[in-house]
Write a protein of this length. Structure first.
Length: 361
């Protein structure tokens, strides 16, 4: 049996283009909808684990996030049942099910690449904020797929890991977007969504870029945001719905195109100005469709806080938006450190800030 392998999978931050994945997916019914475009960066935080083969044909999963231990036979029917229950280990079971139905060489028992042992995954550390729009669940799903890849020597590309993780998570009651599994990449990427087709292009900036992710220590209802924004897709029926199409099509395409060049050039000032513009347009075109969640008073309090302005070029919401997280681009490395220190000691705001540094080519 192979020795244990060390694994790390980050979360992901959607720098620009939130909601464009599902919107672009509607092109399968309405070709007049514009393609979806998003710029996505891996976080510096994530999930750490070791994985190893074990003699029994079981999946054992330990996690720093859960008190319980998962120990289940590597049987596709049993794993699918566990995934569909939607409990704490459903994501892990859902991904393991996908591995078995795609790679197992036997209807009964386990045989992958002429190997018939089980697998133990010890997810001993996670420092990624949960339920904050940073794809914490997708990170775990990619982690499980990557563990099987390494232990069973599976011919999985990064895109293959993304697909296994996505299908695994959709085996559960969760309905994640195709943006989430970009955490499989360790560099920023441009993602294009055209009906069921996805393109991924890795990006390497010319200079380091210093961001700050701010956990707003508040609440948001992602399910309601998605439900309300999806109204009018694939075919708009009123002015409000036409505005959603306009933002997620023409406006988003322009913003992402300009931001792509600014990131490649490592230009933080231009990135900050585009973030401010993206947030203003989001508030104008999309927030009225779900005002209860997208008015986001805590988010806007942080973005427009006078004390942070000397350290930043701009900022915007994260993920589905709402009062989950904010992202800010710092002027330089020193500003990033000062901004984090200031935010974490600013009791009136009650937020928690962490760094995200995008490295240069």
């Amino acid at each position: 049996m192979p020795e244990s392998v060390d694994l790390f999978v980050p979360g992901r931050l959607c720098l620009f283009g939130e909601h464009s994945d599902w919107a672009g997916g509607h092109r399968r019914q309405n070709s007049e909808i514009g393609k979806g475009y998003a710029l996505v960066a891996p976080t510096n935080q994530g999930n750490y684990a070791t994985a190893r083969a074990i003699p029994s044909g079981k999946l054992i999963f330990r996690s720093a996030a859960f008190q319980n231990l998962l120990e289940v036979p590597l049987d596709d029917k049993e794993l699918l049942k566990l995934a569909e229950e939607g409990k704490e280990f459903s994501y892990i079971a859902g991904v393991a099910h996908e591995i078995l139905v795609n790679f197992n060489g036997h209807d009964k028992g386990l045989n992958i690449n002429k190997r018939s042992y089980g697998i133990e995954i010890d997810n001993y550390k996670t420092d990624l904020p949960i339920k904050k729009g940073l794809s914490s669940s997708a990170s775990v799903c990619v982690l499980v797929a990557k563990a099987f890849k390494e232990v069973y020597d599976l011919p999985l590309s990064t895109r293959g890991l993304m697909n296994i993780a996505y299908n695994g998570e959709t085996n559960t009651p969760s309905r994640c977007g195709r943006l989430d599994q970009a955490c499989a990449y360790l560099n920023p990427v441009l993602m294009t969504f055209d009906a069921d087709r996805i393109q991924v292009e890795e990006i390497k900036p010319n200079h380091l870029l210093y961001f700050v992710i701010v956990d707003l220590n508040s609440k948001k209802n992602t399910k309601k945001i998605l439900t309300d924004l999806n109204k009018g897709f694939p075919f708009p029926t009123n002015h409000l719905e036409k505005r959603k199409h306009e933002y997620l099509g023409r406006i988003n395409t322009d913003l992402v195109s300009r931001a792509l060049e600014a990131i490649k050039q490592g230009n933080p000032q231009e990135i900050g100005e585009l973030m401010n513009k993206a947030q203003n347009k989001f508030d104008e075109y999309l927030a009225p469709a779900c005002p209860k969640e997208l008015t986001a008073p805590k988010l806007h309090q942080v973005l427009y806080c006078p004390k942070i302005q000397p350290f930043v070029y701009g900022g915007k919401g994260v993920g589905s938006q709402g009062d989950g997280c904010a992202q800010l681009i710092a002027r330089d490395e020193s500003s990033q450190a000062q901004l984090i220190e200031m935010l974490n000691s600013y009791r009136e705001l009650n937020v928690h800030a962490i760094p995200l540094t995008i490295h240069a080519d």
